[in-house]
Ligand binder design. Structure first.
Ligand code: GLN
Length: 427
């Protein structure tokens, strides 16, 4: 049976067939030769399954969609504070290749326009390995296949690359470029010439949706904080001078490239990618933008759409006897975020456990956010003060070194002990 998700992606292509405005980029001679009628779309949830339709195996160059990943690598290398001192995070409202730096600081306005991307490329550490090799290794880890560079395309970009070279010299003159301008632009052009398909891009986007962890290999490629920062910059600066229109109409962090690709990321859910070489006046794929609008509308991707409150952290409450003592067992689940922990706290307040022994079974909990940790420490304090004996069953140590807010350690049981005692959730 063919997945209805694939049928839906076919439908997106069919429904946007009429959009034929714009033209492939021509300031890079090789790009002008692209077949303008190629089209593809792909989607990959944080479970790692890629669904793709259209010219799914067609390779094209990543171009500016490489910028977020290079930026993340620079942040991982040098730390966010250091990078923020050198490259801003303000939308420029200008074209991607505008010859402009911040008039007061001399810094590039953000890492998504060319000035910021060239500066960022030159901030990636090259003491052990050349920058481009490190980027290729990163792209390979993201897409689960060896990344390659279209060297002819890179040469073609350099043959008409005066503008980027101009930018690099401007950056150098203002103290914002760490390396030789010509070498930085050469490296940057190769970074932009990595071959990708929409499948690759969907996997790359879903890694960002998955807080920096590649969903299939489970490898953490970027820190959670780096990823959050990066997605914020993509949301405000990823679509250049069309960023405002994009955020209101499509509503997800995104990045476009002049070869006609666009990636979009809905944090926690899905990465999407589209490809169509004809560009609009902003340098974004014209049909790609329309496909993204449809995807956003149909799949409910818009970030500002209030979603159904996430499910409660409390899966069930059991009244039982453990090791001969009456007990109340709270079986918790999922990611403990504000809304989920609030529901648990409300239950504990309105319907206090009737027994001395209170067990929190956290064996189904994935992650505990700081707010949930603080709130549960405060809750544990109240329960202990009221005379309860609190037991945590936390095999994954989602809350390692858990103490109540008086600093008192909480008793821990293994899953086996809970099961032996006759407790635990029934699956
Ligand atoms: N390599 C291209 C350039 O620097 C990337 C631009 C883009 O994709 N917007 O001009």
């Amino acid at each position: 049976m063919r997945s209805p998700i694939l049928d839906y992606l076919d439908d997106i292509i069919a429904r946007t067939d009429h959009v034929d405005s714009g033209a492939p980029a021509d300031y890079i001679p090789e790009l002008a030769a692209a077949d303008p009628d190629r089209v593809a779309v792909a989607l990959c949830t944080v479970n790692g399954t890629v669904y793709a339709s259209g010219d799914t195996d067609q390779e094209f160059s990543i171009q500016s969609m490489s910028k977020p990943f290079a930026y993340a690598l620079a942040i991982e290398d040098r730390g966010l504070e250091d990078i923020l001192e050198r490259v801003g995070v303000e939308p420029s409202g200008e074209a991607f290749n505008e010859l402009s730096l911040d008039s007061e600081t001399g810094r590039p306005k953000n890492p998504m326009i060319n000035a910021g991307a060239i500066a960022t490329h030159a901030l990636i550490d090259d003491t052990e390995e050349p920058v481009v090799d490190r980027l290729l290794a990163l792209f390979s880890a993201l897409t689960e296949r060896p990344a390659t560079i279209d060297e002819d395309l890179a040469a073609s970009e350099l043959s008409t690359g005066d503008r980027n070279l101009g930018l690099a010299y401007l950056l150098h003159a203002s103290g914002s470029l760490a390396r030789d301008p010509a070498a930085a632009v050469r490296g940057y052009a190769r970074q932009c010439s990595v071959n990708v398909t929409v499948r690759d891009l969907a996997l790359m986007a879903s890694t960002l949706a998955n807080a920096g962890v590649q969903p299939n290999t489970g490898r953490r490629l970027f820190g959670r904080r780096t990823t959050r920062h990066l997605l914020s910059v993509m949301a405000s600066c990823g679509m250049y001078d069309a960023a405002g229109d994009w955020l209101t109409a499509v509503g997800i962090p995104a990045k476009s490239g002049v070869a006609g690709g666009i990636i979009g990321v809905l944090p926690g859910q899905v990465g999407v990618a589209v490809f169509s070489p004809r560009l609009d006046a902003h340098g974004n794929s014209a049909r790609g933008v329309v496909m993204m609008e449809r995807l956003s509308e149909d799949l409910g991707l818009h970030l500002m759409e209030a979603s159904r409150p996430s499910r409660s952290s409390l899966r069930e409450r059991l009244s039982t006897a453990l090791e001969g003592e009456p007990a109340t067992v709270y079986v918790l689940q999922g990611d403990m975020v504000l809304s989920g922990i609030e529901a648990l706290v409300q239950e504990l307040v309105e319907n206090p456990p009737p027994t001395h022994l209170v067990v929190f079974d956290m064996s189904r909990v994935d992650e505990v956010l700081p707010v949930a940790r603080r709130t549960s420490a405060a809750m544990a304090t109240k329960l202990i003060d009221e005379g309860h004996r609190i037991v945590l069953v936390d095999p994954e140590e989602t809350v390692a070194d858990f103490r109540d807010s008086q600093g008192r350690e909480v008793e821990r049981w293994t899953v086996e002990r809970l099961a032996r005692a006759g407790g635990g959730a029934v699956d």
